[in-house]
Design a binder for this molecule. Structure first.
Ligand code: THU
Length: 140
């Protein structure tokens, strides 16, 4: 269903989104690109804050942008990260972001691409990254 956007294209959007990262404290810049099942892509970057706690990860920025615009069904997310001015480093989403993914994604099919370039990436499922995750089904 999401065939119109390739993994390469999704990673390229994440790399572009990373350029917008607001990281005056950690200087660790993250970009994400979230693909809906109907082929829309929502980019996101991390946004830090002098109060530290209100900082938002790139992945959640992408999810909240998408959900706030009505998207509810997701196929994949590409993530790229690294220190400002440095190489991309394979980076996995934090626990809070994994939990946000649990809310909206099918753990068995949602693909998480941890990329260091448009054609070098690891592919994970949410199930593998958050085993026994707690989600909406547990409250049904
Ligand atoms: N960060 C993300 O945006 N995504 C991740 O997957 C890991 C961490 C951000 C949060 C903070 O702005 C910076 O990276 C350092 O933790």
């Amino acid at each position: 269903m999401s065939k119109s956007v390739s993994d390469r294209e999704l990673i390229e959007v994440a790399m572009k989104a990373r350029e917008m990262a607001y990281t005056p404290y950690s200087h660790f810049q993250v970009g994400a690109a979230l693909l809906t099942k109907d082929g829309k892509v929502y980019p996101g970057c991390n946004i830090e804050n002098a109060g530290y706690t209100p900082s938002n990860c790139a992945e959640r920025t992408a999810f909240f942008k998408a959900v706030s615009e009505g998207a509810r069904e997701f196929a994949a997310i590409a993530i790229v990260a690294g220190m400002e001015g440095g190489e991309l480093i394979r980076t996995a989403p934090c626990g809070v972001c994994r939990q946000v993914m649990m809310e909206f994604c099918d753990p068995e099919t949602f693909r998480i691409l941890l990329a260091v370039s448009p054609d070098q990436y690891e592919e994970w499922t949410l199930e593998r990254m958050l085993p026994l995750g707690f989600g909406p089904k547990d409250l049904a």
